[in-house]
Design a protein around this ligand. Sequence first.
Ligand code: ANZ
Ligand code: ZN
Length: 822
Amino acid sequence: MKTPVFYVKLKNMETYNPQEIEPKWQKYWEENGFYKAEDFSLPRRQAGRKPKQYLLLEFPYPSGDGLHVGHCRPYCALDAIARQKRMAGANVLFPIGWDAFGLPTENYAIKHGIHPSIATQKNIANFKRQLKNLGLSFDWSREINTTDPKYYKWTQWIFLKLLEKDLAYQAEIPINWCPACKIGLANEEAVGGACERCGAVVERKVQKQWMLKITAYADRLIDDLEGLDFPERVKSQQINWIGKSFGTEIQFPINNLSISVFTTRADTLFGVTAMVLAPEHPLVEKIVAPENKESVKKYIEDAKRKSDFEREKLEKEKTGVFTGSFCRHPLTDEKIPIWIGDYVISAYGGGAVMMVPAHDQRDFGFSKKYNLPLKIVICPNYPEPVCPILDKAYEGEGHLVSSGKFNGLKSAEAIKKITKELEKKKLGKETIQYKLRDWVFSRQHYWGEPIPVVHCPKCGTVPVSEKDLPVELPYIEKYQPSHTGESPLSAITDWVNVKCPTCGGPAKRETDTMPNWAGSNWYFMRYCDSNNDKALADPKKLKYWLPVDWYNGGMEHTTLHLLYSRFIYKFLFDIKVAPQKEPYQKRTSHGVVLAGDGRKMSKSFGNVVNPDDIVQKYGADTLRVYEMFMGPFDQAISWNEDGVKGVARFLEKAWKISLTCAGNKQSNEDILRAIHKLNKKISEELGQMKFNTIIAGFMEFVNLAQEKPTEVGSDAIERMLILLSPFAPHMAEDLWSRLGHKNSIFQEKWPEYSEEIIKKDTTILVIQINGKTRDTIEVKTGISEKEARELTLSQKKVKTYILDKEIKKVIFVPGKLINIVV
Ligand code: ANZ
Ligand code: ZN
């Protein structure tokens, strides 16, 4: 390692000039490899003994707009932690890369006529420049890019493994379809049921799609959350998304067919007054009565036009239509009318609901609207009689009434007994349902990883052989949607037409591409060994670095991204590629940065704050410290330029006080205690991400030091600079060098604080009269001369010595003695 640039002579009056010092130190740190994470296999003596620390942040999508100050907040936060952990002796992996496939770039490319690969390159270069200007300590040698064929070779490889284990399959399922643009839309392009491009009402269109069987991992994805250091709300989001329900599957016979429903409340079986099928239920066609065909058909047409989002909205009025047919109650054989209602989800629990209006609020509303009867079967205060209903369903538990031989049983027991009875009749059984669906893994877009399979008329769907990976995305001129619902790749005939890997006959490539998630599912594994061309990563390196010790990201990614990547990791664990069953040990989330006007920062509102401007005007350290200071880290907060100015002033004060006091020898106890207190605060609170109170602590210290600069010694200043270095690294490094140090401040050990010094709030002051010790008093540490003098003169004993003699002189040695000369 080279010797840093340092200032031999202390130039007291040098002003703080971030624009001059920041680029210099950025270059120095990078050239000297300060950010490099050492793989265990390198110098074992050095790196091997350090504990490893893998800090991960969600890699950015390199959009055409560049970084805004909201992105910078988590980067500055994790960078501070990375720098502190390195100083505390850890071998830190703090990597960065680009999540670069996906729609925004494709749309940008279409709009501006720039090829997505070129747009991506340009955007990455811009992001990189912006990040480097912030002095973030990423290990750039591990940079990854999901659109690089050397990277997506392994994304495709993972897909082949899933296919091999029957966890990838094709199915006919409905997609969001814009009838005007004639393209399939991702869910995020169809928010609220309107096409994001043209505003047309989105329809559903059934199309063959690739699916991943994430449902096979549902239980493990719930159970393995235990023991992970995730916020409770993140855990419950994962659990709710998977939505595991214990209940009963019940058959309602109709002629020689039967309708299967799922219920969590088998105890309400005797209260069923109707059956409601989802509009897509396969039995609808078979059972609808001739005179009802017309109205049913119309209802289904209407339902088709609604998005799932709209259909499942809780507040929405429930609608339906009668089919004119009836099924039979499985225990009483009563006739039950069959309805169709679009609030019933076709893909859940058999796509049908047994309607119990007295005990389910949705059913209650439905019944009221269509004047259907209502039957009370659960009594909350048994054996008192039930009160006639009602303006609302009673959804709680209770004792059964009007339920034949089950009368008087409590709900929980009734569920068991009724289920048993149904089992005997072969009309029901205990079952578990999940809300989680298999994951639609194809997109009909250009800018994604090609799905590596070939369709052969003779052999069917054939995987591309591993040795032929990657299946490179062809460079094409026309990546606009095809208007047939197929991917634009389907038009590239010389790419599409291939030989079948099995029989050698003519076959066609799959033209669907993978969703954006595909590359971000496993990127953190690639960082462990980003240049490996023989494997996804060296197993030994994976074993050394994984699991990720700390993963910070946005709340918007705590459901899907976390769930998908945990699933893929578990799969890779099962095939012995991933070293353990969970990828992330700890998860934290940052709050978003809103614009000054309180709205989301968005180009369309013209309220985006570009970090380049802040860096240019105030310097990167001011931006970094402001990002940490602006408010509690996990909460949304508005940008405020006055706050930025305040931070700039604070840094300037810290700069001045450092240069003014660095020549002083020792700090007095007051100052010493204050800096140890700050030391303790940071050591304790950094791990809890209480950045804003930490910065407030610095401000307090600097104010204190400014009040009595003569009492501040180089010991306190040096400690302060080390403590400040994770937050304002350029300034801390520069001052460190100005103080005459020959090594980088980042080679310093993170300082220990002394509880003893912190606790010591009082000192013993020796009282002398004319140089002779007469008494001692306990005073608060750091007492001023004026206070000490007043206190001394008020002592009884002192008074007896002094009487009414004239005080000629007072000699005060802070923290030690006071001598009254009379
Ligand atoms: C009868 C009943 C009576 C119900 C009662 C509830 C209360 P979770 O917990 O979400 O699994 N249900 C079943 N399949 C459905 C579908 N495809 N679309 C919409 N709703 C459906 O909820 C299970 C309950 O949701 C089931 O229990 C069923 O209504 C409804 F007093 O059955 B219940
Ligand atoms: Zn073939």
